[in-house]
Design a protein around this ligand. Structure first.
Ligand code: GLN
Length: 478
């Protein structure tokens, strides 16, 4: 096989080729390493110097298929900067549990991918190391914050990748790049070694070319970890999706997110509705459902996430890691380090979070946002009494032009209108490629109750076959 044939295989196909003895793991690794070194989307911040010293143990389920990892996962001895100047050059002394788990299952580290700084953003333009370009159209954003992971997988410089999702950062870039992204149930994947943004929301998940690859990667990610007290593991095992039909599946379309005035672009809505028709042809029923508090999700999220961020980011003070700007005294050193090290969006969030947590405003903002969060969870619980899944377009728009929203934080935040509610509720949700609008990918989002990943993957698999998305647009633009 030529290098370009190798990098066209899905991860599941690559595992099969290796198991048959037709492809050597080192050959596959080299093909991807060359592609990652060669890529011109700015998707990678670091690429492995060579294949791993040891070949994967015999029978390792992931067989040596390499993995691209979002920069914010700590990887021992390898730069782990959360795309921030304040962590420039930081090489941690340990590896995040989920990365270690995947390496042990036979998925060695290929490279670290670009992202929005500390995962704050929806376009990857908040990276201290420059934006990532969308492989479908290099004048546009790949989405964010896991933009590097999504662009690398879409363009074929990684077979699959890890991202994190706090309010949509796996699903939205997956949608904008035409790949699959899954945010698992909160607690199923260990957060140990993930550089924290908002701890009650952050969750790692797979970005892959198809649903089968997402299931395979997730299978080896989940599990309880004694080093993360919020990790609960996954009941049973993540299976291999095989469904061809959706008979008896009830899909709920939330009026509050998709109905009139929700701001979903006409082309994105048309693609969404076409997939609902396909779902009906496969045997599903489609009805409107209600999530009465969902319109308040963004506001609650933009109180809770910055509050947690302001606390998590207090540790970056020039004393322990990364950048230190000396200024004679201690307080001056703190101040200069933080003002030079953090980008504008990160500073905005720290200020918002510090304000809403201050004693005079705590009840009015943080307390109220938490009450809204509880109501949103209850809305989903009520919806799941009558529906198997809640479905929406993943993002209200296709990939937008670089620079078009950087001066308007509120317009940027609206990207997450349809993804934030699931994050607040801690429930799993997938985005699958859903055809094009104006020549650019759109995403179809399906969310289910906590721990329903197997059912979500099965239904997504059936839909994926019916949609028959053509990925080639991300490659031919190169
Ligand atoms: N875009 C959202 C934000 O900026 C979500 C980010 C994420 O999920 N990490 O906070």
């Amino acid at each position: 096989m030529t290098a370009s044939d190798l990098t066209r295989l899905t991860a599941v196909e690559a595992v099969a080729e290796i198991e048959r003895g037709d492809v050597a793991p080192s050959e596959l690794f080299e093909a991807y390493r060359a592609a990652a070194l060669d890529e011109d989307l700015n998707a990678y911040l670091w690429v492995a110097e060579g294949p791993p010293a040891q070949s994967p143990p015999d029978g390792a389920p992931l067989a040596g298929v390499p993995l691209a990892v979002k920069d914010l996962f700590c990887t021992e001895g390898v730069p782990s900067q959360a795309a921030s100047k304040i962590l420039e050059g930081y090489r941690p002394p340990y590896t995040a549990s989920v990365v270690a788990r995947l390496a042990a299952a036979g998925a060695p580290l290929l490279g670290k991918t670009n992202q929005d700084e500390f995962a704050m953003g929806s376009s990857n333009e908040n990276s201290a190391f420059g934006p990532v370009l969308n492989p479908w159209d290099r004048t546009r954003v790949p989405g964010g914050s896991s933009g590097g992971s999504a662009a690398a997988v879409a363009a074929g410089s990684a077979p699959w990748a890890l991202g994190t999702d706090t309010g949509g950062s796996i699903r939205q870039p997956a949608a904008l790049c035409g790949i699959v992204g899954l945010k698992p149930t909160y607690g199923t994947v260990s957060r140990y070694g993930m550089i924290a943004f908002a701890s009650s929301l952050d969750q790692a998940g797979p970005l892959t070319r198809d649903v089968s690859d997402a299931a395979l990667l997730l299978r080896h990610m989940v599990g309880r970890d004694a080093r993360d007290s919020t990790s609960v593991g996954f009941p049973g095992a993540v299976g291999t999706p095989t469904a061809e039909r959706l008979d008896g599946i009830r899909l709920g379309v939330p009026e509050e997110l998709v109905g009139e005035g929700s701001g979903v672009e006409p082309g994105v809505l048309a693609a969404f509705n076409a997939t609902l028709e396909l779902a009906e042809e496969l045997g599903a029923s489609v009805e409107t459902c209600r999530l009465p508090h969902a319109p308040h999700a963004l506001s609650a999220y933009y109180v809770i996430a910055p509050a947690e961020a302001s606390s998590n980011l207090a540790r970056f003070d020039g004393v322990r890691y990364g950048l230190r700007v000396e200024d004679g005294g201690l307080v001056g050193m703190y101040t200069k380090t933080r003002s030079r090290g953090f980008g504008a969006e990160v500073k905005r969030r720290i200020m918002l979070g510090t304000y809403s947590l201050s004693s005079g405003y705590y009840d009015a903002y943080y307390g109220r946002a938490q009450r809204v969060r509880t109501k949103i969870s209850a809305d989903f619980r009520a919806a799941f009494e009558n529906f198997d899944f809640v479905v929406t377009p993943t993002s209200p728009s296709v990939a937008f032009e670089l620079g078009s929203k950087t001066d308007d934080p509120l317009a940027m935040y609206l990207n997450d209108f349809c993804t934030v509610p699931m994050s607040l509720a801690g429930i799993p949700a997938i985005s699958i490629p859903n055809g094009l609008s104006e020549g650019l990918p759109t995403g179809f989002q399906m969310a289910g109750p906590a721990f329903s990943e197997n059912r979500i993957l099965d239904a997504a698999f059936a839909l994926e076959q019916a949609i028959g998305f053509d990925h080639s647009g991300a490659r031919s633009a190169a």
